[in-house]
Design a protein around this ligand. Structure first.
Ligand code: SF4
Ligand code: SF4
Length: 363
């Protein structure tokens, strides 16, 4: 692992709208990914690898007892609290009208789903959808036609869901800057909890116009290629979406819908060429889970990779095992990425600095 930070992206990122997404796929190798191979699923069933049944709480108390900065009871309390809306609110990931636990007086007698709002201008309708998503808290919003290659092999959705609204949610820069300490993991949890809120509001917004919406986090389909199709960014060496606005410091979610919408064009801003030389994420990864090769390839490195795309495949098995040793998940390949660093306030922050900036904001 190197501690030298050398890569710098040009101050001004030049974004070009392009006709085709920037990824390269080999159709003869490309398969729809089976969701049972998602690393978190394999923890539950795949006894052939080391991470089988190794859960999040495995080393938490040992790690807290070691007394390292950023790994205190307070830091873990923050991280575990951050997930609560995601974990407790079922409505976040609904595909039908969300049931409420009380009947609000303002909706008695109204069934929005009985009539459809007539869409005669795709551009205007797309603008409404994007404005609503931004209003509800999404940081970036793009629209694409559904490429069914990105649906998980074990799921299918009706043909009428041909449009995808892809949303990116910015994660807190100060917290991510503490990675691999617990406040960084809290930023991830907040991203997921915000996702539940935004998805629920957006799903209901679409249903109130008489259309259907399937609200998805990481489930149902691969989010990154959909986000690339929708013009939100490009794929980085770290296996994450790199956005021009926040680098990889975002969480992704999406809604499949039958509302008539206008797709966005994909974008390019030089990520692939920059990643060939930069390699900071690979150098900073504690367990060498990210390829250091100059060129991307079609060679997968573990069962949780999806073959058929030209990229730097990430060894997510190693990554997961490091998370268990660390006591909590890591975001170092997000933290050090120059596309994040040039935009975030600080590249690296100690956990005590993280708590201090929170206090300053409260005064
Ligand atoms: S999240 Fe995983 S791949 Fe990224 S730096 Fe941490 S251990 Fe490495
Ligand atoms: S993804 Fe990795 S190689 Fe690419 S710019 Fe970010 S840190 Fe550098």
């Amino acid at each position: 692992m190197s501690s030298n930070r050398t890569s710098k992206i040009p101050r001004e990122i030049k974004i070009e709208k392009v006709e085709k997404p920037s990824y390269v796929v080999d159709r003869s190798k490309l398969r729809r990914f089976n969701s049972k191979n998602i690393i978190f699923e394999r923890v539950m069933w795949d006894s052939s690898w080391e991470g089988y049944m190794r859960m999040y709480d495995e080393k938490v108390f040992k790690v807290i007892a070691e007394g390292k900065p950023g790994y205190s009871r307070v830091d873990f309390a923050l991280a575990y609290a951050s997930w609560i809306v995601h974990d407790a609110f079922e409505g976040g990931f609904s595909s039908t009208k969300i049931k409420t636990y009380r009947t609000p007086v303002d909706t008695i007698g109204i069934d929005w789903t009985r009539t459809k709002y007539e869409v005669d201008d795709l551009h205007k309708m797309s603008a409404y959808v994007k404005r609503a998503a931004w209003f509800f808290g999404a940081s970036l919003i793009g629209i694409c036609k559904l490429n069914r290659y990105w649906l998980y092999a074990d799921v299918d959705i009706p043909e009428k869901f041909e449009n995808v609204v892809v949303m990116a949610i910015e994660m807190d820069a100060d917290a991510i800057a503490t990675s691999p300490a617990a406040p960084a993991a809290a930023a991830t949890g907040v991203g997921y909890s915000k996702m539940a809120f935004i998805l629920a509001c957006m799903g209901e917004f679409i249903r109130n116009l008489g259309y259907e919406a399937i609200q998805c986090g990481n489930d149902t389909a691969l989010s990154i290629p959909l986000a690339i199709d929708a013009g939100l960014g490009e794929l980085g060496r770290n296996g994450l979406l790199i956005t021009p606005q926040y680098g990889p410091r975002v969480r992704l979610c999406k809604i499949f819908t039958d509302v008539p919408l206008e797709p966005d064009k994909p974008i390019e801003f030089g990520v692939n060429e920059f990643c060939k030389k930069c390699k900071l994420c690979a150098k900073h990864c504690e367990v060498d889970a990210i390829s250091i090769d100059d060129e991307p390839s079609f060679e997968v490195v573990c069962r949780s990779n999806n073959p058929g795309a030209l990229k730097w495949y990430v060894d997510v098995e190693r990554c997961y095992l490091y998370w268990r040793e660390n006591g909590i998940d890591c975001s170092t390949c997000i933290k050090v990425c120059p596309y994040n660093v040039t935009l975030a306030r600080e590249a690296s922050l100690s956990s005590s600095e993280f708590w201090e900036c929170t206090q300053k904001q409260e005064i």
